[in-house]
Design a protein around this ligand. Sequence first.
Ligand code: 5AD
Ligand code: SF4
Length: 447
Amino acid sequence: MNSTTDEVPAAPIPLSRKPSGRGGTDAEAVGKTACIRTFGCQMNVHDSDRMRRMIQDAGYAEVQRYEDADLVILNTCYVRENAVDRVKGHLGELNRLRREGRVQRVALTGCIGAAEEARSLRETYNIDLVLGTHNTYELAEFVGLPTMRETYTPELPGTEGEHSAFVTIMTGCNYQCSYCIVPTVRGRMVCRPMESVVGEIEDLVSGGTRYVTLLGQTVDAWRHQGKRFCDLLEAVSEVAPRVWFTTSHPSNMEDRTLRAIGERNTIVKRLHLPVQSGSDRMLKVMHRGYKAERYRRKISVFREAAPEGTLSTDIIVGHPGETEEDHQLTLQLVEDCGFDSAYIFKFSPRRGTEAAELSGFVPDEVVQRRFLEVLRGVEQNAFRRNQRKVGRTEEIFIRHGATEDGKAIGETWSGHAVHVATDAAPGSYVKATIESAGPHVLYARTN
Ligand code: 5AD
Ligand code: SF4
């Protein structure tokens, strides 16, 4: 989440090249291969993890390239039109490979699968299986496993025994932001019981997990039997050695949670709190349910609780009706909050959302200019803040081991991404001194 971009980067899924050896249950699947491609947010990465387990259980070996795969699963995002365009590009390529006999079956899952548009895509591209976000368990049957409704539900852990794991604590969203398709494709909020979440995390930790990320569209809206998100976070921080959570909604974010981030030493001091706009008028049009001042107040509580912490956000430029004055208010908010990073999105009309029907279209060249102005504001702040880290020695959690250039990618307790020259294994910690910094990453040397 530490990049500044106009689209959510497709999360690459590390795939093994060998069969899992988990004991396939479908004789027919023996020797078969599958490739899962994930687009969009961490929820999708997590859903892909679950689907990966299903195909492994069915005896499929995972491969990286479409041309090596009998079955290709595209787990997709519907949040912006460019996400759909990218998937169409992949579907076109898959059709070609299928004509050449190199790919046998194609499944489309995730948020596009849950949208109306999936029907026409299915016809145009001859897709074999279309699944939404609530029936991914049907993939089990498709790959030759017995029907698994009970097993493959949101209750099921996505990742096991890895050094890092995503744990879904809630699905869906009860907000109705003007521009957003998520409530349509993911449905209303469903919260998972606390014992189930904590129990899963205890199991993961005893299996070797060192870093747990709590996931949901609005994680801080989690509530269950009188408990609220902060209660859950505190309980998790007692059992997991390292915890982070995403994504939050400013209307649900309690001061208590912000203070817990600062106080509890197992919680990464990194807050992702999407603001979308700095203009009260736009926030109202968007139905965000808070004003810019309230957002600023939350940020000052966070900065006080975790002065070294990192803050990121989402901002939409060019929502229908956004005036130059609204845009200036966003720039001012960017300046005041001093974000360490931000996802900046150009408004993309989604059929079925309120904003798609609104007047007040903002011309592309204006959107582009506003996008760059917000980007420049964020990067200047981020660069300035990162420079302050130079010369400090930090404890760094290694997320990805060293690549050919000898650099591993890690994270400080303040949530900064760091490139560090070390051969330490993923999941371990190293002490390193920050030597230089750019707007997005710190560069460190081990002591
Ligand atoms: N256009 C542009 N950005 C959008 N987002 C959601 N829907 C749209 C849209 N229609 C952005 C919001 C949200 C993030 C995940 O994607 O900023 O927080
Ligand atoms: Fe979409 Fe708003 Fe829900 Fe976030 S809070 S998922 S932007 S509707």
